[in-house]
Design a protein around this ligand. Structure first.
Ligand SMILES: Cc1cc2nc3c(=O)[nH]c(=O)nc-3n(C[C@H](O)[C@H](O)[C@H](O)COP(=O)(O)OP(=O)(O)OC[C@H]3O[C@@H](n4cnc5c(N)ncnc54)[C@H](O)[C@@H]3O)c2cc1C
Length: 405
């Protein structure tokens, strides 16, 4: 099987390759080859170039700062960027563009779209996501943070946890209980809240990697305008569900490239450690290689549906479970190959704490050690492996539903 794109997509690919050749230095070896400070500066600078070109949100209408391109062209762009080892977006854009931006584009009011979308593209607004609470993670409908209308403002009280990037964001999209008398899933609203106000306190949490990428966020009579609600009051569950189906396309296109690059780096490590003739190592590497290849076909299947406008359901759970468990097993093998030396991180650590290290990254102990530690989180955020298995058991295999409160 050899999944291919239509001819017009391949023609567009030529344009993107020319764009990259024009804008990257001749000796470009991937953002992973830069030291940390340079890589952060490059990503910020590159984001500006993408915004000006319309490549930051390629399929958004131009009036909101997008590129006015098709979803197929967007897929080609992110694929070529992943191959060249350049970021397709900036540090907050997973939340800002892929999540809340795309959600507003789909279901927001005209006023919300006109106000928020251009500010996202310009980088003026940087978003984070406030869903999880100390007593509500997998069982999100148990959330207790409340909001009540006071004149033309919502007044919010409660606590969120594991809020990634909250210290560098200036807006949060969050779920709050707005109707305590309604059934669990019914009385929730999705609110858009400015973070920089007296009623909000952000406390960083140190992760096992030493990074302080996520936070607790406390709300004490915090306020936002009554208009800043997605889909209307008490429609938050519907809004959160719509969010889950968005933007699987980019991931389906880039995962196979990035995880294959990681396996290639693993193979290099095997040679460096003189273990290429070890039968057990060969067997495990072959397994990792095969799984990365299967990811390519899985990606092609998801893309086929996504480009037709279908929302991936079962495939999204299979894909999430597959890449996150695969990543754990690859990084675990790398640590086994490194032996005790792997526990003394040396060299440049990964720039991002989730997924694979960036293309061009050195085969350093720091790179493998940090990705190994962070790989565990991939099986937790965006729905744990157990929850994905539950979904698959019930929706794909038709097994009896578990009891829900
Ligand atoms: C790196 C990282 C970044 C994150 N960023 C954000 C963010 O920006 N915003 C945000 O809102 N949240 C964020 N989260 C939180 C994440 O969404 C939650 O951690 C996740 O939903 C799991 O919830 P929990 O931690 O409360 O675990 P729990 O739901 O308490 O689960 C504990 C364990 O029980 C298992 N379990 C729970 N229910 C079931 C069940 N029904 N059947 C079988 N097993 C079950 C789980 O799989 C898990 O192993 C982030 C998490 C991580 C790790």
């Amino acid at each position: 099987m050899d999944p291919r794109f239509p001819r017009e997509a391949e023609e567009f690919r030529g344009e993107i390759r020319a764009f990259l050749a024009d804008h990257l230095p001749d000796d470009w070896a991937g953002v992973g080859s830069l030291d940390t400070e340079d890589a952060i500066a490059f990503t910020e600078h590159w984001r500006g170039i993408l915004a000006a070109q319309g490549y930051l949100a390629p399929a958004w209408p131009t009036r909101y700062g997008g590129g006015g391109l098709t979803k197929l062209q967007q897929v080609v762009i992110v694929e070529e960027f992943a191959r060249a080892g350049v970021p397709a977006s900036g540090a907050h854009d997973n939340f800002s563009i892929k999540m809340i931006g795309n959600l507003l584009l789909k279901v927001g009011t005209d006023a919300q779209k006109d106000h928020f979308l251009p500010r996202i593209i310009s980088g003026k607004d940087r978003w984070c996501q406030g869903f999880s609470e100390p007593g509500a993670g997998s069982d999100l409908a148990a959330l207790k943070t409340s909001a009540r209308l006071d004149g033309d403002q919502w007044v919010i009280n409660g606590q969120k946890i594991w809020t990634s990037e909250a210290t560098t964001a200036n807006w949060i999209f969050m779920l709050a209980r707005t109707n305590p008398d309604a059934a669990r899933h019914r009385g929730i609203s999705m609110l858009l809240v400015p973070l920089h106000q007296p009623g909000i306190e952000i406390r960083p949490i140190t992760m096992i990697t030493g990074a302080r990428a996520f936070n607790e966020v406390f709300f004490t009579d915090a306020r936002t305008s009554a208009d800043n609600v997605v889909l209307g009051a008490d429609q938050g569950w519907k809004a959160a569900t719509a969010l889950l189906g968005l933007e699987r396309g980019d991931e389906a296109a880039t995962n196979p490239i990035l995880f294959r690059a990681e396996v290639d780096r693993l193979i290099k490590l095997v040679h460096e450690r003189g273990l290429a003739d070890d039968e057990i190592v060969r067997d495990r590497v072959a397994h990792a290689y095969t799984k990365a290849e299967i990811m390519r076909f899985m990606g092609a299947r998801i893309l086929t549906g996504w480009l037709k406008g279908e929302t991936p359901g079962t495939e999204a759970s299979v894909s999430k479970l597959y890449w996150s468990e695969h990543h754990r097993s690859v990084t675990d093998l790398a640590m086994t190959l490194l032996g005790p030396a792997g526990l003394i991180p040396e060299g440049r650590p990964p720039l991002r704490h989730f997924r694979t290290d960036d293309p061009g990254a050195p085969n350093s102990t720091a790179s493998w050690y940090h990705t190994w530690l962070a790989a565990v989180s991939g099986t937790i955020y965006a729905g744990t492996s157990e929850i994905q298995r539950n979904i698959l058991a019930e929706t794909a295999l038709g097994l009896p539903r578990e009891t829900r409160g």
